[in-house]
Design a protein around this ligand. Structure first.
Ligand SMILES: Nc1nc2c(ncn2[C@@H]2O[C@H](COP(=O)(O)O[C@H]3[C@@H](O)[C@H](n4cnc5c(=O)[nH]c(N)nc54)O[C@@H]3COP(=O)(O)O)[C@@H](O)[C@H]2O)c(=O)[nH]1
Length: 534
């Protein structure tokens, strides 16, 4: 709630951002552009990974089909057949091969595990060792590159051995699917792991990890993303493919260029929007809500002197708002204050603050001491003003303080005349401020018969140059005399101006020549020193 006595708001993040709008805007825009570009790149990568995963799934599926086929043969051999090389047995074994697509040949082992007979050529000329090494799989022990004795010669094949039987897998049963969908295929687990297919150039396939790997792995050094699919059931089997990031970028160059341009455009638009938002946070329109807190309100007092004697007869209350180390002046905040409809809250807070301060600290003055308060014209409603000021004055019990209400000539309208008349009748002094800047009708001025007419400082500033404007000062004094008002000249900055105005018959003056508006402690010290001088 503005001008409540709640503690000052802490500096908000929005205010901090507002101090560097261009930088914050640029950073946000850059971050967005980067994020969008990265998102597109990740999407492209993700699509490629999905494509590879689908290929790997086909490899695993094909190998499972092959394995199931071979398992059935081995199951049947171990359950229903004897490892005998008799023609009848061999014929039965051959007919078994017909019903199993991936089984190429069946070999028979003697008790010393030597291969002595097979379905292709029958009894071998000499038994030969069944094989060394091998990989343990769930359906038997696999031997890669075993030489299969066929009637037309020997062929390298993978055989699976269980009990005293060996089944040779059709050469190239899985090769096509490997070639098409993987760069490298590994079989076996732990130290038995063997590379069963090597597709890409040596250097690349060497990079493929022979140990268990995560599904996705980044090789920063070579700019590769490795995709590994491991299926534990099939011996186990791992299919690996490498994505070259640079090659991926090249393959999607057009898409990435478009995405980059869109990202830059969005980044630029974001930067502009953020910059504008940050500027708004720094604007008075936004800050006024934070500033309108009782803790930020400061009243400055500018003495008003009798020109003939130099006696201080009163002061004008001028409000400032404190924004940390800096003071914000009325010209800076009044427009925003008006737009945010805080005019009455502000005037009420200033007058209460000033009267409280002066009432508590200003020594009781001999005679009366005028306290000139500025009110926005539409706040000059008799009942509202009177009730408000009476409440303040009753609490003070200072009969020496006399309130002077200032209304600018510029805003002097027929609607406020009755209010001013009543306020005057209530005992308040009325001052017509900035006189000469508006076009008030003399009849209206007469009706109010203000106690004071304040000559606007713009007339005083030009006195030494004797401009047309300054030549109007005697006219203004004449009008004041005609309506029985006393004259206060504002903006006196030199001794010459003060002397000239005094000679013209101006009774009172204020301006930097005497003193600038100042905080209470300084104002009290000024009053004290001034009294000593007089
Ligand atoms: N409704 C309210 N209006 C207020 C209040 N406090 C101020 N104001 C209005 O803001 C206007 C600007 O005030 P400020 O910036 O404080 O300027 C005043 C003086 O500092 C300045 N001045 C005084 N002497 C001299 C001088 O010798 N030279 C010079 N260059 N400037 C000087 O003039 C302003 C006072 O003018 P005026 O009000 O016409 O007497 C101010 O005009 C107020 O209307 C508030 O609390 N409520």
């Amino acid at each position: 709630m503005p001008f409540s006595s709640t503690p000052e708001h802490p500096v908000s993040l929005t205010r901090l951002l507002g101090r560097h709008p261009t930088l914050v805007g640029a950073l946000c825009g850059f971050a967005l552009a980067l994020a969008l570009a990265a998102a597109v790149l990740l999407l492209v990568l993700q699509l490629r990974v999905q494509e590879i995963e689908a290929g790997h799934a086909q490899i695993v599926h094909t190998m499972q089909v092959v394995q199931t086929d071979i398992r059935e043969v081995l199951d049947e051999l171990n359950q229903s057949y004897k490892p005998e090389c008799s023609p009848e047995n061999l014929n039965q074994l051959r007919s078994l091969l017909f019903s199993h697509r991936y089984a190429r040949d069946i070999g028979l082992l003697d008790p010393q595990r030597q291969l002595f007979c097979n379905t292709s050529i029958g009894l071998l000329a000499a038994p030969r060792p069944a094989g060394t090494g091998g990989i343990d799989g769930s359906i038997g022990r696999y031997y890669r590159g075993s030489l299969l004795q066929l009637s037309q010669g020997a062929v390298a094949s993978t055989v699976v051995e269980r009990g005293l039987f060996q089944v040779a897998i059709q050469p190239n049963a899985t090769r096509d699917v490997w070639t098409q969908h993987a760069d490298s295929v590994w079989a076996g687990a732990g130290n038995q792991r063997t590379q069963v297919f090597k597709g890409k150039p040596e250097a690349l396939t060497q990079a493929m990890v022979a140990a268990d790997t995560p599904h996705l792995q980044l090789d920063w050094g070579r700019g590769l993303v490795l995709v590994t699919t491991t299926e534990p059931g099939v011996s186990p089997i791992s299919a690996q493919s490498a994505i070259g990031v640079w090659a991926l970028l090249q393959a999607n160059l057009a898409l990435l260029v478009v995405a980059g341009c869109v990202s830059l455009l969005l980044g630029f638009l974001t930067s502009d929007a953020v910059r504008r938002r940050c500027r708004h946070y720094q604007s008075m329109e936004y800050r006024i809500h934070d500033l309108c807190n009782a803790a930020n309100l400061e009243c400055h007092y500018q003495p008003i002197l009798e020109l003939a004697t130099g006696r201080i007869v009163g002061c004008e209350v001028l409000a400032r708002l404190r924004d940390r180390a800096t003071l914000v002046y009325p010209d800076q905040f009044i427009p925003a204050l008006m737009r945010q409809k805080l005019a009455w809250t502000f005037d009420a807070a200033v007058s209460a603050h000033a009267l409280r301060e002066l009432g508590a600290h200003l020594p009781v003055q001999p005679g009366s001491f005028k306290v000139a308060l500025n009110f926005f014209p539409h706040n000059l409603q008799r009942d509202v003003i009177h009730n408000h000021l009476q409440t303040q004055l009753e609490a003070l019990r200072r009969s020496d303080l006399q309130i002077e209400l200032e209304v600018t000539e510029y805003n002097f309208s027929p609607e406020i005349v009755p209010h001013l008349q009543r306020l005057k009748a209530d005992g308040y002094l009325i001052a017509l401020d900035d006189f000469g800047t508006g076009y008030s009708n003399l009849g209206m001025v007469k009706k109010v018969a203000p106690d004071f007419i304040k000559i606007d400082k713009s007339f005083v500033f030009e006195m030494e140059d004797v401009t047309l404007r300054s030549s109007l000062i005697p006219e203004i004094i004449g009008i004041a005399k005609a309506v029985h008002s006393q004259v206060i000249a504002e903006g006196i900055e030199t001794a010459a101006q003060a002397a000239q105005l005094r000679a013209l018959g101006v009774e009172y003056g204020q301006g930097y020549f005497f003193a600038r508006p100042m905080p209470l402690t300084q104002f009290l010290a000024y009053l004290q020193s001034h009294r000593n001088v007089l």
